[in-house]
Design a protein around this ligand. Structure first.
Ligand SMILES: *Cc1c(COP(=O)(O)O)cnc(C)c1O
Length: 430
């Protein structure tokens, strides 16, 4: 299998080469030249997540130097559970399944991609590598956790100074050692621009010493396909029909992973992209025009993205015979609606939702009249956003052990401007 840029000017690469480069030299994002097609029977008898993941990812590693290590990589990366559970609304009586992706070391779904990426890069890398990551909240913590203490890696994380929760900041800045964290005076878009500039900087590009850990990296995106594959089959086994997914969406990596899973033949109905007040994606589905804009701050801060990079991969799917408008819908959810959904969560579903998951629950509640079955993707543990959630539910949230351990470490970071010249000076490590 080969990987090409969405802009189709760069040569086809093996997956470990595409992972090492992060962004294609023409500025595009790597996509596979074709998608394997699976049958449900291919997974008969398979119940464990690492084994599911291995079978789904195997064709993408065909002919790659990492193919012999893929099974081990999956076992190490996916060492925590992914849970599909059923809930019922006490108001409408309707059933919903919830795909909980937050049982990893930093309590958000970003652990899945970050840990897989770290395992792939470690298995291959011989020279010292700098990993760059722009984060609007959860990515940085997951990447830091995945790379902390790994020999041969320096990690540079940039986050919007005023754009993350206190606990998120703690998870970004508590590591020390090979993890270098910077608070940028600006938005997530400013942070993302810094990272993109570094990748197109002629002095840094092509040195082979820099890689990206954002979901623009195929090594983070591809492993996310595996939980859609597994959840869709688990659902089918249990309920004897296929489910549609509703996904809290920001940079659209998680949603593109679901689109790819559908394209690969997994039993998935429609894909709903729930956004916060950043409504570029729903506006696109309404008007047909793609108009990236500045991001606005919301309660679901990990989704505060004005220019969803991965939509470039979604658009590219059209050329591979997958029609977005037939398969996808998107709804923007306001802060007020997020608040209401969190406030009603325990009474209606017996669940505490994080602000991101609440956008998807809100969109699910809008589908009362639709005949599909729904799986709502739950992307983070609510205890990460206790300052938002606790006042709305009226009591404290129990903090998971992993999170509690991180909260006791010492925080350590520097502030920088959004200026690329200043930032580039921070990128040279021995
Ligand atoms: C990153 C993140 C999202 C958005 O995912 P994308 O892949 O960027 O669309 C949603 N929820 C949480 C908790 C996140 O950390």
């Amino acid at each position: 299998m080969r990987f090409f840029s969405t802009r189709e000017k760069s040569p086809g690469l093996l997956i470990s080469e595409a992972i090492a480069l992060g962004l294609a030299s023409d500025g595009g994002l790597y996509v596979p030249d074709r998608f394997p097609c699976f049958q449900i029977e291919d997974f008969d008898g398979v119940t464990e997540f690492p084994e599911f993941a291995f079978l789904v990812l195997k064709p993408f590693f065909e002919a790659d130097p990492l193919s012999g290590e893929l099974e081990k990589i999956c076992k190490r990366a996916f060492s925590f559970p992914v849970i599909l559970k059923d809930v019922r609304s006490s108001q409408s009586g309707l059933a919903t399944s919830v795909l909980e992706l937050f049982h990893g070391p930093t309590a958000a779904f970003k652990d899945v991609g970050a840990r897989f990426l770290a395992e792939c890069l470690s298995a291959r890398s011989r020279t010292k590598q700098t990993i760059l990551v722009a984060t609007s909240g959860d990515t940085g913590g997951a990447v830091a956790s995945a790379f902390h203490g790994r020999p041969g890696f320096e990690v540079v994380i940039v986050f919007p100074k005023d754009g993350v929760s206190e606990r998120q900041r703690q998870q970004l800045t508590c590591w020390g050692g090979n993890i270098h964290t910077y608070a940028v005076k600006g938005s997530f878009d400013t942070c993302q621009k810094l990272v993109k500039s570094a990748f197109s900087d002629p002095e840094l590009r092509g040195t082979g010493k820099m890689s990206s850990a954002n979901s623009i990296n195929i090594g983070r995106l591809l492993p996310q396909v595996t939980y859609y594959a597994m959840a869709s089959i688990q659902y089918l086994r249990k309920h004897h029909c296929s489910a549609s997914f509703i996904i809290p969406t920001g940079n659209a990596g998680n949603a593109v992973a679901a689109l790819w899973a559908k394209k690969m033949g997994f039993p998935i109905g429609s894909i709903g992209m729930a956004t916060n007040a950043n409504r570029v994606i729903p506006d696109y589905f309404k008007s047909g025009d793609w108009k990236p804009s500045a991001s606005v701050a919301t309660l679901a801060n990990a989704m505060d993205v004005g220019h969803a990079s991965n939509m470039e991969r979604a658009f590219h799917l059209e050329s591979q015979g997958f029609h977005l408008k037939e398969n996808v819908f998107s709804v923007s959810v306001s802060d007020e609606e997020i608040r209401k959904t969190i406030g009603a969560g325990e009474k209606e579903y017996g669940e505490i939702w994080c602000p991101h998951t609440a956008t998807a629950i809100y969109v699910r509640n809008l589908q009362r009249g639709a005949s599909q079955d729904w799986i709502v993707v739950s992307t983070a543990h609510p205890a990460k956003f206790e300052t938002i959630v606790e006042p709305l539910i009226g009591h404290r949230i129990e903090v998971p052990k992993v999170l509690e351990d991180l909260l006791t470490l010492k925080s350590n970071y520097e502030e920088i401007s959004g200026d690329y010249e200043d930032f580039s000076k921070l990128l040279f490590f021995g």
